[in-house]
Design a protein around this ligand. Structure first.
Ligand code: HEM
Length: 420
């Protein structure tokens, strides 16, 4: 990866300087993790819609927490831009800063702006639009069945490790047309990367190498898959652009879907409104998925946007190069727009997929829903008496301010036989 502290900056990047953040709220630590919604409420009362915060390492940033304000930021990419090289804090950021994977500049679509972003994001969207959702559902059913077969006889399992984490990658591998022999290695590398385990850097390089081999393979043997479509797209992506965007799509899809599945199963197993229907399962899976996006979205807080010029926002003076953290979960809980819980069932205006030019590419949330809904439905069909194997209070959320998902989800059920 390029050293982002010394990367070539856009022409209008600032020379430095940060806002006065006296009294800034730490966006980390146990208090934040215990009850973020309560903290958002307090922040709103004390600071309004844009809160001066410090993130890991006491680095200053602005935390945008009102729905309308978040939408405003996302709707104005010329002012609130995406290229992290604009940041006026780079001189204070060590190379091993834990949040570097989110903000360190990479030549992927993620950090492009304007026409360049439209060219590259267009290729991704077009490639995803052509995915046959009927076929994806069938593939996802098969993947879910195969995973359940590996533990169905045991009567107990950690659903996060053995179902929710591997399933999204296996489904996306099908969308990519990845040869089966490559799947176990990619799965291993992806798990090491997203968990930040020892060897994460090598694992990330392993993902890149797999994508390189895949592109070479698709040049020789094109197929009816996403990679072949992006490869032949009129946007004419270079080899480097292609590889970094394939890695981006793989990694962007993985953890949010794993947590969406896990958070949904948790809700259905622990909330009477859903568990009443559990033997039928199917009636309420869609509602549970939607409720999770409002209440426990996997994508809680997002890094970020960088001010392209001085601007007023929510009564705060934002300077050129300041970092804005998007409070997606806080926006979802904004009392001004928040539908009451029951109404949330059909309302999809949540910020969980973000908004505007850089939002999660339009067909991706639909594909994610097909994959995650199928996964949960198959699980409830196959294990009709599935129940948590620990007290609800003992289920641990991953200690992250950025993503919300369970560390593990131990469940038990009546053992049975593998599917035929
Ligand atoms: C639960 C499922 C998912 C959630 C909650 C989610 C959420 C998000 C969010 C919040 C962003 C950031 C947008 C921004 O910067 O404003 C994003 C970007 C992105 N997502 Fe997703 N996502 C999900 C699934 C997927 C899937 C299945 C794919 C692909 C198959 C995908 C591909 C991408 C890509 C490529 C981007 C970068 C877009 C850009 O910067 O132009 N996501 N997603």
């Amino acid at each position: 990866m390029t050293d982002p502290r010394h990367a070539t900056t856009p022409a209008d990047a600032p020379s430095g300087g940060c806002p006065a953040h006296a009294g800034a709220v730490p966006l980390y630590g146990p208090r934040f993790l215990r009850n973020p919604s309560e903290l958002y409420r307090e922040m709103r009362q004390e600071h309004g819609s844009v809160v001066p915060v410090v993130i890991e390492g006491d680095i200053p940033a602005w935390f945008v927490i009102d729905y309308r304000e978040v939408r405003h930021v996302l709707s104005n990419p010329d002012v609130f831009a995406r290229d992290s090289r604009r940041w006026n804090e780079w001189d204070n950021i060590p190379l091993d800063w834990p949040l570097m994977p989110f903000v360190g500049y990479q030549p992927s679509t993620l950090f492009t702006e304007g026409d360049e972003h439209r060219r590259r994001a267009g290729a991704i969207s077009d490639g995803l639009f052509a995915v046959d959702q009927f076929d994806l559902r069938n593939q996802s059913e098969r993947i879910a069945d195969d995973l359940i077969d590996t533990f169905v006889a045991a009567g107990e399992v950690d659903l996060m490790a053995q179902f929710a984490h591997p399933l999204p990658l296996l489904a996306v591998a099908k969308i990519f047309g990845l040869p089966e022999a490559e799947t176990p290695g990619l799965l291993r590398d992806m798990m090491t990367t997203v968990n930040g385990d020892e060897g994460a850097l090598e694992a990330y390089q392993g993902i890149c190498a797999t994508m390189q081999r895949l592109v070479a393979h698709k040049r020789e043997q094109p197929g009816p898959d996403f990679v072949t479509r992006v490869l032949n797209h009129p946007a004419g992506l270079t080899e480097d652009e292609l590889i970094s965007d394939l890695v981006l799509v793989m990694t962007a899809a993985q953890q949010p879907m794993a947590y969406w599945i896990g958070n949904t199963v948790r809700l259905m197993l622990t909330d009477d409104r859903f568990s009443m229907n559990i033997s039928g399962g199917r009636r309420s899976v869609g509602q549970a998925l939607n409720e999770v996006l409002w209440e426990d979205t996997p994508t809680q807080n997002y890094l970020g946007r960088w001010a392209a010029r001085p601007v007023q926002l929510g009564g705060q003076q934002i300077d050129t190069g300041d970092l804005l953290v998007l409070g997606l979960a806080a926006a979802n809980s904004d009392p001004q727009v928040r539908p009451v819980s029951e109404a949330a069932a059909g309302n999809q205006a949540m910020m969980s997929f973000s908004y505007g030019e850089h939002r999660c590419p339009i067909p991706a949330p639909e594909l994610a829903e097909v994959i995650c809904q199928t996964a949960v439905e198959v699980l409830l069909d196959r294990l009709p008496d599935i129940r948590p194997a620990v007290n609800v209070e003992d289920l641990k959320w991953s200690p992250s301010v950025w993503m919300r998902g369970l560390v593990s989800l131990p469940v038990s059920f009546t053992p049975s036989y593998v599917s035929v």
